[in-house]
Design a protein around this ligand. Structure first.
Ligand code: OGA
Ligand code: MN
Length: 249
């Protein structure tokens, strides 16, 4: 009992001091993005009033929608069924060999496996370039793309991606399953739910990236506008950019 508690304290201390981020960075092939986890751990319930009249966005209040409407961008069908298959065909032989992890050191993600990839075949390189061009007009994209594969019963808790390792915009291409992503203001009330559709691309930037946590809801909590969103295994192809100069110390 006591030991478990101490280990948790150590983990938290390391995560918060950034030490573990440093160690993690040297793991090489593994993703180096550590997370700042918010104090929220349970699902916030909010009345889903249609403040935004957007097919794939709902907000807890109008102010939250107004604050984020320029910092969240969703592209439906960013890739075709064939392109989705092409990406999966390239990554599956590697991903299949990894085991889903259910007890990650920082506790931010449950039921996941991940990798980073720099080299892609020609077809998939073109897709990655298309994402990078869409997202990073002024920033330098990181060469490595982060691939995160979350099992049907997996989920991602509220967190903010480490500012030391990536910049002001994060883009995710969703393969195999739709999901609900929830953004919550770090310190005050305000929630935005995004329906991330299979084969869609999402971008969260600026306030949505720095001032709000993001999370991917569990299967049994995945509802959007009163409808259940069926969660299957989901693979996200995530492109990030170089951190802002003021965030590198
Ligand atoms: C992450 C993350 C979201 C997604 O890996 O940091 O927030 O779309 N992923 O899977
Ligand atoms: Mn994240």
């Amino acid at each position: 009992m006591m030991i478990t508690k101490n280990i948790n304290i150590i983990r938290n201390t390391l995560a918060w001091s950034g030490l573990l981020q440093k160690c993690y960075k040297n793991i090489g092939n593994h993703a180096k993005f550590s997370y700042k986890i918010s104090q929220y751990s349970s699902v916030a319930s909010f009345e889903s009033v249609d403040h935004c009249q957007h097919p794939y966005i709902t907000a807890s209040d109008k102010e939250t929608f107004e604050a984020l409407k320029n910092d969240v961008i969703l592209y439906e069908d960013f890739i075709t069924v064939e392109e989705e298959q092409a990406i999966l065909k390239e990554i599956e032989p590697y991903m299949r060999r990894l085991r889903y992890e259910y007890d990650h050191w920082d506790g931010a993600i449950h039921g996941f496996r991940e990798t980073e990839r720099k080299e892609w075949n020609d077809v998939n390189s073109a897709i990655i370039q298309r994402i990078k061009k869409k997202v990073f007009q002024d920033a330098t994209p990181l060469e490595h793309v982060h691939i995160i594969d979350v099992a049907k019963d997996g989920y991602i808790k509220p967190h903010i991606d480490a500012v030391r390792f990536c910049g002001s915009a994060i883009a995710g291409l969703c393969l195999l399953s739709s999901a609900v992503m929830r953004l919550r203001h770090e310190t005050k009330p305000g929630i935005l739910d995004l329906l991330l559709k299979r084969r869609g691309l999402y971008i969260i930037k600026d306030a949505a990236r720095y001032d709000y946590t993001h999370e991917v809801l569990k299967s049994d909590e995945s509802h959007f506008k009163g409808e259940e969103v069926t969660r299957e295994r989901r693979v996200a192809i995530i492109c990030r950019s170089e951190p802002r100069p003021q965030d590198i110390h």
